[in-house]
Design a protein around this ligand. Structure first.
Ligand SMILES: [Zn+2]
Length: 416
């Protein structure tokens, strides 16, 4: 699931109801102190201090002013010798602002991202852009190039960002209280050999609505098996996911999302940040995979409420902003009161996690419900990233070469 589209088998879900909206705000999860002096709010699966961690550094490039349509002044940035451009856009005056890259071009005059022209470009992502960019709710991360074959990164790039109206994703025109500037940051990558094997560090967060909430084992078997299956399809790209932690917490069910307001996710991420042990990897390097209970998503423009099987805040996702929502969320039950959790096999878990992980690392649906396809030449509807992954048997043939190439550019990946 991403934005206004919907993952999964829709027949399973009902579209209802407004009554509980507003009732189910998140409570702070906090950490339950154990008998020792150190809060044991998660269980470690590895010795994190032993992990190598080359990490990029975010540098603010500019805080350009916005015009009447919410579009920023042009900013020039230098890419150095990097083969990708990783940007973060946010509004320093409004942590909930909705942002998007508006245009990107290289020094040869090649347009990577073009300003929206179709009304469809004002959806959750720009459809007609040479390289897609999605609306970032509460800030957005952009990893370019996002297509294969990829254009060559030139030494200088020209960038405009824009503020979008969170209710409609249309231009946010001048109004009282509207932010007057955006912040554009660039990630300067660590000096590592990016041709080697890459790891994605993850943390599982199990909420009460998940069928695994009663499983007290250090690493529940279905999760362990799912990770093994996902790593099998990541291995052709020399990638692997490495679970660092399992956390069980009592908050965030239902998880109430809105297309332009992800405060519920931001609150959950904040509660995770409050539980950080000395010597362990900072949250900014670890992608949470949340096994939630009910997830309810309200599209503000279409006035539709749905219950997605899975959700990510943004494509790509997974690089935390100061306050921003991020992470992978899987639904664990319907939103009916007292509904019982879905019991998933390791194969079903693997498929759902792999699909959302693909979004988090920059993959769009190979085919959307309206027939729109992604921008990779070697994908088809018979792929894990189909908008309805249930049509694919098992994990299908895994990720394609081009999909793996996109994922390898993501800055969450740690290189060995
Ligand atoms: Zn999806």
């Amino acid at each position: 699931m991403f934005g206004l589209s919907s993952d999964g088998d829709g027949t399973k879900w009902t579209v209802w109801n407004w009554l509980l909206l507003g009732v189910a705000l998140l409570t702070s999860a906090g950490c339950s102190p154990s008998s020792s002096e150190r809060p044991m709010c998660y269980q470690s699966l590895v010795t994190e201090s032993a992990l190598s961690a080359g990490s990029g550094v975010w540098q603010t490039i500019a805080e350009p002013l916005l015009d009447a349509e919410g579009v920023s002044e042009e900013v020039q940035l230098s890419t150095g010798s990097s083969d990708s451009v990783v940007l973060r856009v946010s509004a320093p005056q409004d942590a909930k602002a909705c942002v998007q890259l508006h245009s990107v071009s290289d020094e040869n005059g090649v347009a990577w991202v073009t300003p929206p022209t179709l009304i469809a470009d004002y959806g959750s992502y720009c459809q007609s852009c040479p390289q897609r960019v999605s609306v970032g709710v509460g800030g957005g991360v952009y990893v370019l190039p996002s297509i294969d074959p990829a254009p060559t990164v030139t030494g200088t790039m020209r960038v405009r960002a824009a503020l979008r109206d969170c209710a409609t994703f249309l231009p946010y025109r001048s109004a009282a209280g509207r932010p007057d500037r955006l912040r554009i940051e660039q990630l300067v990558p660590p000096a590592v050999n990016r041709t080697s094997r890459g790891e994605i560090w993850i943390e599982f967060v199990i909420l009460p609505g998940s069928f695994l909430s009663g499983d007290e084992s250090a690493f529940p078997t279905p999760l362990r098996e799912a990770v093994d299956q996902i790593n099998t399809i990541l291995s052709p790209g020399s990638l692997a996911m490495t679970p660092l932690r399992i956390r069980r917490t009592a908050s965030a069910d239902p998880l109430e999302l809105k297309s332009g307001d992800l405060s519920a996710i931001a609150s959950l991420v904040d509660s995770l940040k409050s539980c950080q042990h000395n010597g362990e990897r900072p949250r900014s390097q670890v992608l949470p995979i949340v096994l939630a209970g009910c997830i309810r998503n309200q599209s503000q423009s279409l006035m539709i409420t749905s219950e997605p099987e899975g959700y990510v805040a943004h494509i790509p996702d997974g690089v935390i902003t100061e306050q921003g929502p991020y992470g992978v969320y899987l639904s664990g039950r319907t939103c009916r009161e007292n509904s019982t959790p879905f019991v998933l096999t390791s194969g079903e878990l693997a498929k759902r996690i792999a699909h959302e992980l693909g979004h988090a690392l920059g993959l769009y649906h190979t085919v959307e419900s309206d027939g729109t396809t992604d921008q990779l030449a070697d994908t088809s509807s018979d792929n894990l990233m189909n908008f309805r992954p249930s049509v694919v048997a098992g994990l299908g043939s895994g990720f394609t070469t081009n999909q793996l190439a996109v994922m390898r550019r993501h800055p969450l990946i740690r290189w060995q």
